[in-house]
Write a protein of this length. Structure first.
Lengths: 424, 424
């Protein structure tokens, strides 16, 4: 695991004034990576967020070219050296200021893309409260399947429809079997939902046939972004037997633009403990370091903004709050070790969705399926509107942040998209 | 659908003598596309198989560059023009011979790769006899789930571990719950299986949000190859609930090197009919052209060569014979229309596995799971050896061909790989 070093010093200030604001997601201690382009330029560039600015890494002389996946493949030492070079160059009083300053562009002036070229995308199911709540809708007496506490359950998703934050998408149509019907029909989805997830980006690849052991697993993780795994529940319930979700998920997913690196997250690691009485993980999913600090304390929020709220200038209601460390039954290292134990190869830029990160209580449900108990109990919003599932024009905004006394707050930016009406 | 034209004329002969042999897979009427490299050259080139030779398309002046996916994106007219130019140049008496001849290289002297860059891979489940036989192992009285005859069932697979024919792979390990055990364990797979499939390659892409209707679906298919979806049955049975197969499939898949184009397959189209009494497909999965000629008559074989057979110079036993047209419940056009009905985007080079194409009778089972009734009844091979599942050193060789009286036989080459021992 990465260690806490000088780049985390909370007293560090930047000559980029906006990075010193108490409420910025992107202080000097964060330095997340993303891909941006200027309005008049169709090529993606590699950037690092600092306050309300983006540092163009090529223009600053810190990288050659604009291949984010190549940057993500870097080994631990050159990665760390790059972080230090960026951190030092942006510090108040740095001699590099004259070189870096012309490489800054305002975030408001650029378009952000999917942060890297995602080749393979896997979605896991590590949120045990989500798995339990969803299982309860189908099997009230036996919500968790027998494999859940032994196997980090996951399945492959569609890489081609992973969108950048801000890219809106049309409500999908699909084949449905409405309750009580005897014939399926093709209809626009009526139970459109979101899922509050984190997206874990792979850095260093492994060759096919060579598993990654727990002890090395975190070296293969580049960092984490916010991830919304939009879900069409009515399509899902009719199609998913026996091979799992397919068209109910692959119409669109949304990822936030900034990958917060494992280096930036180092001060927010926590012990990872299983509840008393739960089975211990098999040795290939266990390590001392994982028990000591496998969890990461990331606060998560999902916001819903309806068209009426937007018209009224209202930013939306926070409909779910949760915390990664508190609700994930499996750590990043366990996902990487499990995914490769059979020899499966992971590539730089591959994305591992965490699965929905719901907490156990009310107000902690990371999907409407859970919050409304399968659509039975509508949510009442602050302006009196009600929702079971998403309506056209609704936007979901995910947010995330790490905070701890004595440290600068590390934010994830936002992951936002709006549901456009179905169009045949 | 593509039509029968001069390139299919069975009387056409080539100045490449081996293409005129009665038993070649690659007569002048076939012209499948693949990627090859010469032993002393690390760059992949685009080639077309003709007899025992490969025509280097760039060297022959027929394409610029070596980007197969770009070639696959071609619209119907330029694709057809390319086929005609290759066909005419290779014909006996062609004036192009002096230009093409230096662009020939013997197949025995080149390495064949995965035929294109596969970004997203989906595996379907169109073999109704396979779905029934596998379902029967779990639910004897109700083998087919209620959605099967309405929904072309599919799920996303792993693109990173799709291997070229001839690329051997190690037996995977995985988490298993042996029958009767109370604790899972990590072990080398003991129920390693193959699956006899076809791989359908997408040519023209569709943008996200824009479904491909049935009438246009076949224009988006470039062609077909053989595909082996290796499966670890013991890993599968423990992991697959509730989100489908994952590590039981993604350790390796094998694809044959030559994509037989839909143009070459045109003379082997057949009417596509559902058994009497079965539900008709929903309108978005139905078209007149699909009913008239949605099926393709492709004979399929799976061969098993054990190490003892190899030592004795024995090519192996044919353990399964089947026919795509006779066993597929859904056509290529239906897979494309279904996959995109929700707005999912398909890209050039994307791969759709058909699912296991078993016939209903003995000797027609495209997996050992079916042939041995879940491992209960061993197969006895021609040399007296027995198999329930695959042993180390076993090779599986898939073959395919189209034949019809009065036409040249169109072959698919072979899809081969050998199981290497597990190594921790």
């Amino acid at each position: 695991m990465t260690t806490i070093d000088a780049t985390h010093d909370p007293t560090l200030e930047s000559w980029v004034a906006s990075a010193n604001a108490a409420d910025t997601d992107f202080p000097l201690q964060n330095l997340p990576f993303g891909r941006f382009r200027r309005a008049d330029d169709s090529d993606w560039c590699i950037g690092v967020a600092v306050g309300d600015q983006v540092l163009d890494l090529r223009q600053a002389g810190l990288v050659d070219g604009a291949d984010m996946n190549r940057l993500m493949r870097l080994a631990a030492e050159p990665r760390k050296a790059l972080r230090h070079a960026i951190s030092e160059g942006l510090r108040e009083g740095s001699a590099m200021r004259s070189r870096f300053e012309p490489a800054l562009v305002a975030q408001s002036e650029v378009e952000m893309g999917v942060p890297c070229d995602v080749r393979d995308y896997t979605d896991f199911y590590v949120g045990i409260h989500h798995a339990t709540a969803v299982g309860k809708l189908f099997r009230p007496d036996n919500p968790l399947l027998p494999n859940y506490k032994h196997v980090p359950i996951g399945y492959h998703g569609r890489a081609s429809t992973i969108n950048a934050s801000g890219h809106d998408f049309r409500r999908p149509a699909g084949q449905l079997m409405p309750p009580g019907a005897t014939q399926p029909e093709l209809k626009a989805c009526e139970r459109l939902d979101y899922e509050l997830e984190l997206g874990i980006f792979i850095g260093r690849p492994n060759p096919q046939g060579v598993p990654i052991p727990m002890e090395q697993a975190e070296e293969h993780v580049f960092g984490i972004a916010l991830f919304n795994d939009w879900s069409a529940r009515d399509i899902q319930s009719w199609e998913y037997q026996p091979l799992g979700p397919f068209l109910s998920k692959n119409f669109a997913s949304t990822v936030s633009p900034w990958i917060v690196t494992t280096e930036a997250l180092a001060p927010f690691r926590r012990a990872f403990e299983r509840p008393a009485g739960d089975p211990q993980p098999l040795p290939y999913l266990d390590s001392e370091a994982n028990r000591a600090q496998g969890a990461i304390d990331i606060g998560l929020e999902a916001w819903l903004q309806t068209p009426a709220m937007r018209a009224a200038g209202h930013a939306g209601d926070c409909i779910a709050r949760s915390n990664y460390a508190q609700v994930a039954y499996w750590t990043m290292a366990q996902l990487v070790a499990h995914h490769t134990v059979n020899g499966c190869s992971l590539g730089a830029g591959d994305l591992l969705g965490s699965g929905t990160l719901s907490g156990p209580g009310p107000g902690q449900c990371g999907s409407l399926l859970e919050a409304t108990q399968g659509g039975k109990q509508a949510l009442t919003l602050s302006n009196g509107e009600q929702r079971t599932f998403l309506q056209d024009g609704d936007a979901i905004i995910l947010k995330g942040y790490c905070s701890r006394d004595g440290l600068r707050r590390i934010g994830f930016g936002e992951c936002r998209a709006t549901v456009l009406p179905y169009s045949s």
